[in-house]
Design a protein around this ligand. Sequence first.
Ligand SMILES: Cc1cc2nc3c(=O)[nH]c(=O)nc-3n(C[C@H](O)[C@H](O)[C@H](O)COP(=O)(O)OP(=O)(O)OC[C@H]3O[C@@H](n4cnc5c(N)ncnc54)[C@H](O)[C@@H]3O)c2cc1C
Length: 335
Amino acid sequence: MPIVMESNPEPQFKVRDEAVERIAERLGVRAERGRRFAELTSLRVGGAVDWVISPDTEEKAAAVVYELDQAGVAWRPLGSGSNVLADDGAHHYVILSLKDLKGEPLFDGDLVSISAGYSLPRLCIDVARKGLSGIEGLGGIPGTVGGALWMNAGAYGHEIGTVTETVRTARGGRVVEVPGSDVQWNYRHTSFREGELLLGATLRLQPDDAEKIRARMEEAKDRRMASQPHGSRSAGCFFKNPPAGKVGTGKIIDDLGMKGTRRGSALVSPVHANFIVTEGENASAADAIALAEEIRERVKREQGIDLEYEVELWRANEPAPSAENVPDNQKEQQS
Ligand SMILES: Cc1cc2nc3c(=O)[nH]c(=O)nc-3n(C[C@H](O)[C@H](O)[C@H](O)COP(=O)(O)OP(=O)(O)OC[C@H]3O[C@@H](n4cnc5c(N)ncnc54)[C@H](O)[C@@H]3O)c2cc1C
């Protein structure tokens, strides 16, 4: 049974809220109100979001987003929120959470099929135990398989796109399988279009000795532990490395003496200068954004380099990307 909490009292959202309740009820998916990005993201900052809908099968997820589009309701996908910085405003759209989409991996020889909400670190352990190699470098990346596919997560010589045989996406209310070779897998970026929901993937891995794979995973973990803050609230590397540069962004920021620089509740990690961490019960996204902009300005001024965000910045006053999917005659209902 769907859990539907009290509706948004603001009158302009009445029609939208009724549509969300109707869709959740009909498809039997959990729909909640009253959640905040501060609970949904690893930086633990960010304002309220109107709805969080959590389908528990790929078919339901595909049907939900189709019906939301048809009803003119804006939505955004979210996995573990480990690469998202949402601002402190009120976000008037639906979060399509993939966290309940996490059935056990299905193995077939060198192939493993997995849903988008499954934990990436857990998948790395599962496949290593089966003696399958190709993603052991990704073992320390927090988040879901869907989030990793979306931005082609990578570390220590491995990227998820390299081993992706097929991706299942939501199209026209159905689960559609797309060959991995049809996707462009770039550095922390893919050719998936904004507003597209990824439901799962099949990975093709290489058989290898389970003990050797485990040893490589441990080595990657040790390197990560030695170079990155752990136990802190972050979103991983905040900025991408410059395209042509040999020097990483962490070193560039470190060379400017910015480790430990603070803006209110946000801090440049003293361990890794490309990590912004937040502290305290009342930490704000505004502090993290102000600090990120200060870093960008100094790097531009002193090194002439334009840093690009690796973390996704979600602004409450910008339309959710799914707005593009909405039929023209319903666009006025979008927030
Ligand atoms: C301590 C730390 C270390 C990290 N180290 C690394 C690293 O080494 N390498 C690396 O690449 N990243 C790293 N990251 C960043 C992050 O963990 C990865 O980007 C991760 O893959 C994001 O997964 P997620 O489920 O948290 O995605 P989210 O943060 O929830 O979402 C990220 C983006 O993906 C989209 N998305 C999520 N799921 C779906 C879906 N099913 N369909 C469509 N779109 C979707 C969201 O809309 C959003 O645009 C690190 C983060 C932390 C906190």
